[in-house]
Design a protein around this ligand. Structure first.
Ligand code: CA
Length: 365
């Protein structure tokens, strides 16, 4: 009996020593603790589950929740569900919620430099925006712009090149913009004003009725898929391209910096990686849906597609440069961002001419 007891003791001691050795070797705790879970709220500037844009926010939240095995659970709130759409920035900045989803041009009033991270008239397309932000120095500048607000920005979607908009009269010369009342937000609206038009602000839900009743003469929105859902083809005759004012609109997620820094490193990496994945998803979803719905509107609804004449484009481009120069002249941070943007765009365009553009032209040879 005594011998048996001694053997048991030695066996147990051995097991403990072996376990301790393993723990020491791999540095793992010998006792498994219940892992801390985080519950985050994400507010958005979109109506709940809004096609593509709101869906992108949903997707991002789902990815973070799934990738983290539920350790970081993100609950999405559409605009107005928790805070009004355009108070998303403040809500995350103040730490009322941890995360937001929107587009940086909505925050021009907070910092004019923010606009460069959403859409710049005659700026870069999706490929250029992604390259500038992820690997061309744009991200550091964006972080600098949002840092005073205790926010960490990340790209989380892209619409691709938008459409020029819906008109009830043809645009033949730049004069045709004189007196034109158009729903066109942001920098594009400022360019329209230089051309003698009036940029009208209409909430998403009012645009259709305003166009139908002639409160506005024209509107831009997003691209064929979103525009089809809005039904604009029923109240406007001409669908103009391309969207010179939004050539590759970046959607964003912004995270409360303190909340982000309080996460373990692996969860931080999950948030960053999920944002990149949702960025790609939205661009792909836009490409897929846009080509399908453009075809449908032209073939089934008799939509008349028109390209802006070259001279109109040239004038709009000159006005755009004036608008951007004016912003840069008034605000040092905008100047810094614009200089980086402009330099990158120049190189990107030169390379694009002998790569993407040259390739696109091959199918017409
Ligand atoms: Ca738009």
């Amino acid at each position: 009996m005594a011998e048996n007891k001694r053997r048991d003791f030695l066996k147990k001691a051995g097991a403990v020593t072996a376990a301790a050795a393993v723990a020491t070797t791999i540095g793992a705790p010998s006792v498994v603790k219940a892992e801390k879970t985080y519950q985050w709220k994400m507010v958005t500037t979109w109506p709940p589950h809004f096609p593509v844009l709101g869906e992108g926010a949903d997707k991002l939240a789902e990815m973070i929740t799934r990738m983290s095995g539920g350790r970081l659970q993100v609950q999405v709130y559409g605009g107005g569900e928790l805070v009004p759409a355009l108070q998303s920035f403040d809500a995350v900045s103040q730490g009322i919620v941890e995360m937001g989803h929107g587009a940086a041009y909505y925050w021009a009033g907070k910092s004019p430099a923010a606009q460069f991270f959403a859409a710049v008239p005659f700026g870069m397309n999706a490929q250029g925006m992604n390259a500038w932000i992820y690997t061309g120095g744009g991200m550091q500048l964006w972080e600098e712009v949002y840092a005073p607000f205790n926010l960490k920005p990340m790209p989380a979607g892209n619409t691709g090149v938008q459409m020029g908009g819906w008109f009830n009269r043809e645009i033949k010369t730049i004069e045709d913009f004189k007196g034109l009342k158009m729903r066109i937000p942001g920098l594009g609206g400022k360019v329209l004003a230089k051309a003698g038009g009036t940029a009208v602000l209409s909430a998403g839900g009012e645009i259709y009725t305003n166009l139908e009743r002639g409160v506005i003469d024209a509107t831009e929105w997003v691209g064929p898929y979103n525009d089809y859902k809005m039904g604009f083809y029923k109240v406007a005759k001409y669908y103009y391209y391309p969207g010179w004012h939004e050539p590759g609109t970046v959607l964003e997620t912004f995270v409360n910096k303190k909340a982000f820094e309080a996460l373990p490193k692996d969860l931080q990496e999950i948030v960053t990686t999920a944002a990149m994945a949702s960025n790609l998803w939205m661009l792909c979803e836009s490409e897929t849906k846009n080509n399908f719905y453009l075809d449908k509107m032209v073939k089934e609804e008799g939509v008349q597609l028109k390209m802006f004449p070259p001279d109109v484009i040239r004038k709009l481009r000159a006005y755009s440069t004036e608008v951007l120069d004016e912003i840069a002249a008034k605000d040092p941070l905008s100047k810094k961002v614009y200089e980086s943007f402009r330099k990158f765009q120049k190189q990107h365009q030169a390379w694009g001419e002998i790569s993407e553009s040259a390739y696109a032209g091959l199918n017409k040879v």
